[in-house]
Design a protein around this ligand. Structure first.
Ligand code: GCW
Length: 843
């Protein structure tokens, strides 16, 4: 009771489970001092319940109430005292015609703010803009700034969408959200739209606060059944919960729907019956959702149907939908992620290259698209890798507008189980100058429409939030969603500036909290690149399974085309024009020349563009192979520091989020070592070239489980070999045998960190106990599949390898070290090795 009272007094009574994300409206330090600088009443102009201006009024009341403890009243006309007036420019000018002159020009969704001695004027170009203005004002005061200012803010581009890859039904190949690591879909269940769409509304609120104006709710690998009358009704319900936030709904289509759902015998885009069928769909959708944003289409890619099935062009396909949307004002985002994985042959064709596909398919179509078609292009030519050059297709579309597709869900970047702050990577891409016609042509200037003058351009972010209260499965991952919205609105903002705002809104004002989160976040992408795939070789993850753990060998020898062409002596994709796949030639001449020449290709993209010996010298003076070794040691060492940095925050933020983040950072530190050792062992084994510093393959603190005295455990050869230290682990002899692995320690008496590397498969929840001289040091369960959203795996491999560390354990020379493993289900309590580390050592 007392603690409840205390919580109520300090305004902390809300559970910090992440649901409110950056819109917590937690009390600002010294709030009472600022009350005079805040409005006392809210006036909404022409507000209708269920529409953004009304929502803006509500947010101002809730926000100022939460942030400062000041209760505001809502009035229709001007009350006494200071006010916050919010509405559209036109509604304001209707009431105050003389004010028109003093107002700035706003583009669609833009807003104007004028704060003066507690009076706040918030005007939007449209209702949505007014809501954006209200959120902006609230964000400024939440950061403790109550001073006067005037601001005009216009979005950099009109299209600022998010794409969810939510499946209609549970239990698809990748769960109910494809590549989603935050739980089930907030929209769909069991083939239908959920009855309870509370979370969908909360999501729209978060998105509106960062300027996102549309959400495509269903997966681009679309199920045709989204278009049944019942599901169209359901979509209308989603649009209803989005509408108060000015978020429009978009729908992903299955190109073959006329056949799959409509009963036609064709889905040829030029067939009259097909055209009519799609017109009927558009009319039916807009009858239910008059403000629908439009469509998203993935065609002729990864097994999806498309116009090329009938020898029609991609433009024929896109235009089919575009025309049916035109009477309703909708637009279509047509994806450039088109490639045919069945036709790629690595062994027979040196020039085969998936990276070439987008330009190959879209070249020559620029002037063929209808005006309401936008081409949605992934930032790089392959697939959301840790390092890719900017897609050259952006330079081939000058008449047709483009959106850049970014991935907030970290499919190839640690799946939210590793912290990777992505804004620095996106900034690097957006700032890259593609030199079209030898003129400045940054990616951001192309997707804002400024460089080529198209009207419809912008951003699409693959987000994949789920029912988890943290939305993405990790509190720190939410900075990526926040940064995505902020950069889509204004790509000039800095990574650190955005982070600072997000941290204040999410965790408060404590300087140490800021320093720690900034340091971890800003070091996270470089660290992840260092331990997951350097020099442009891409993320060396398991390409055939979960896209999560290390598996460098899986990149090659299959038609997916994420090849490294690594053999015993050489590595890298030759994408030059003179001798390779010709990809470099898809860029404008200045950029093509830079990538064509090994001397002018930056080191971080060397292996993307060139096939070289492991002994090739980099600009840094190191060889390729030594760079691999060093970078993997460096990146994983950085990941260890994240834990100690975060531990400084104990007691400075709420326990709930502190523990949640700590758990993940400890896991990441362990898994970064799995990455380091797997990749290094793999290339050491291939090249036979030793690490100059003697680290790779030499682990003097390790005791291999297979070399311990085993009872009920047996040695097991792991595949891929590099996913286990010494290529082997131990597993229990049967599913019910308890295994013990025992050894006598030879280290001098003292305090040590004991780290046990084990495998946590998705087939059961084994338990392990660690003993020193029969005294229990600790016990843990193999239940990471419940704790982490990352793709579960049934195998003993780089995805499931994990580490449990016990710090500062006292041992004597000759102490008996014992691990007892109890299998569960089909998980045989596997152990790889135990490291006995002098305190502070990592291995
Ligand atoms: O990277 C691949 C993903 C697929 C995804 C596809 C795409 C939705 O592994 O899961 O499918 O890209 O972007 O279409």
């Amino acid at each position: 009771m007392r603690s409840l009272l205390w919580l109520a007094v300090v305004g902390l009574a809300v559970a910090e489970d992440g649901l409110a994300a950056w819109l917590r409206y937690a009390r600002v330090p010294g709030a009472s001092r600022h009350l005079g600088k805040l409005p006392s009443a809210v006036v909404t102009l022409n507000a209708t319940k269920g529409y953004p201006v009304h929502t803006a009024g509500q947010e101002l009341v809730d926000g100022i109430g939460g942030l400062f403890g000041k209760k505001l009243t809502v009035a229709k006309s001007k009350p006494k005292g200071t006010t916050a007036t919010v509405g559209t420019v036109s509604a304001y000018v209707d009431k105050n015609p003389s004010a028109a002159k003093g107002l700035p020009d706003l583009v669609e969704d833009g807003f104007y703010l004028k704060i003066s001695k507690g009076n706040v004027l918030i005007l939007g170009q449209n209702e949505r803009g007014a809501l954006y203005g209200a959120f902006h004002y609230l964000s400024v005061i939440a950061q403790g700034n109550v001073s006067d200012f005037t601001l005009t803010s216009n979005p950099d581009a009109p299209v600022r969408w998010v794409n969810q890859w939510d499946n209609m039904q549970d239990g698809g190949t990748h769960g109910s959200v494809e590549r989603g690591y935050g739980g089930d879909s907030i929209f769909f269940w069991d083939g239908h739209i959920r009855e309870d769409l509370t979370r969908a509304g909360q999501y729209a609120r978060l998105l509106a606060s960062i300027g996102i104006n549309a959400v495509v709710a269903n997966n681009v690998n679309a199920n045709a059944s989204i278009l049944t009358p019942e599901n169209m009704d359901g979509l209308a319900r989603i649009a209803d919960v989005f509408r108060p936030y000015g978020v429009q709904l978009g729908v992903s289509l299955n190109f073959a729907a006329p056949q799959l759902l409509g009963g036609l015998d064709t889905f040829d885009p030029l067939d009259k019956a097909v055209v009519n069928w799609w017109q009927g769909i558009a009319d039916n959708l807009y009858k239910r959702i008059p403000d629908m944003a439009g469509y998203l289409v993935k065609a002729n890619s990864e097994g999806q149907p498309g116009p090329m099935t009938y020898n029609r062009t991609l433009a024929d396909g896109a235009n089919l939908f575009a025309r049916t949307l035109q009477p309703h004002g909708g637009i279509i985002l047509f994806r450039a992620f088109v490639y045919d994985h069945r036709s790629l042959n690595q062994t027979l064709d040196w020039k085969a290259d998936r990276a070439n596909a987008a330009v190959d398919y879209f070249d020559g179509l620029d002037d063929k698209f209808e005006d309401n078609v936008v081409i949605q292009i992934k930032y790089g030519p392959i697939d959301f890798q840790v390092r890719e050059p900017v897609s050259p297709l952006f330079t081939h579309l000058r008449r047709t507008g483009a959106t850049v597709e970014l991935q907030i869900t970290q499919e190839y970047l640690g799946q939210q189980a590793h912290v990777v702050y992505l804004a620095p990577m996106w900034k690097e891409l957006l700032d890259f100058d593609l030199r079209v016609d030898s003129k400045p042509s940054t990616l951001k200037s192309i997707v804002s429409g400024k460089r080529f003058g198209q009207k419809l351009t912008g951003y699409a972010g693959v987000v994949n939030v789920g029912t988890n209260t943290t939305w993405l499965g990790s509190h720190l991952a939410m900075s990526n969603l926040y940064a995505y919205g902020k950069l889509a609105w204004d790509p000039e903002q800095t990574s650190t500036g955005i982070l600072k705002e997000w941290t204040t809104l999410t965790f408060g004002h404590d300087k140490l909290v800021h320093d720690v989160i900034t340091k971890i976040s800003m070091e996270s992408w470089p660290a992840y690149e260092d331990y997951s795939g350097n020099l442009g070789i891409q993320t060396l993850t398991d390409i055939l399974l979960g896209h999560y753990g290390p598996n460098p060998g899986s990149q090659d020898g299959n038609p997916w085309g994420q090849w490294t062409r690594a053999d015993d002596d050489t590595i890298g994709m030759d994408r030059t024009v003179w001798n390779g796949t010709g990809f470099a030639g898809q860029y404008p001449p200045e950029i093509a020349a830079m990538y064509e020449n090994i001397e002018t290709t930056p080191d971080n993209l060397l292996l993307w563009f060139h096939h070289v010996p492991y002994t090739q010298k980099l600009k840094s003076g190191k060889t390729v192979i030594q760079h691999f070794y060093d970078a993997h040691y460096k990146g994983s060492a950085t990941a260890q520091t994240f834990v100690t940095l975060w531990e400084k925050l104990k007691g400075r933020i709420d326990k709930e989020r502190y523990e949640h983040v700590l758990f993940r950072l400890i896991y990441q530190a362990g898994h970064s070592l799995v990455w380091r050792d797997s990749v290094n062992q793999f290339y050491f084994n291939k090249s036979g070239i030793p690490d100059e510093l003697g680290r790779v393959g030499n682990h003097k603190y390790r005791i291999e489980a297979e070399e311990m005295e085993l009872k009920g455990y047996k040695s097991y050869r792991v595949s891929p070999f590099e996913a286990a230290s010494g290529y082997h682990c131990v597993v229990t002899e049967t599913n019910s045998t308890v295994g013990t692995a025992t050894t006598k320690l030879k280290v001098p008496s003292g305090k040590y960190d004991l780290a046990v590397n084990y495998y946590d498969m998705a087939l059961g929840n084994s338990t392990w106990e660690l003993f020193v001289d029969r005294k229990l040091v600790g016990k843990w369960k193999g239940d990471l599949e419940y704790e982490l959203g990352r793709a579960p795996s049934p195998y003993i491999d780089g995805q499931t390898a994990a580490r449990k560390t016990f710090r500062g354990v006292r041992v004597k020379k000759g102490s008996e070290l014992k691990v007892v493993g109890r299998p569960d289900g089909l998980e045989p309590a596997p152990i790889d090795y135990i490291s006995v580390l002098p305190e502070g050592t990592v291995d």
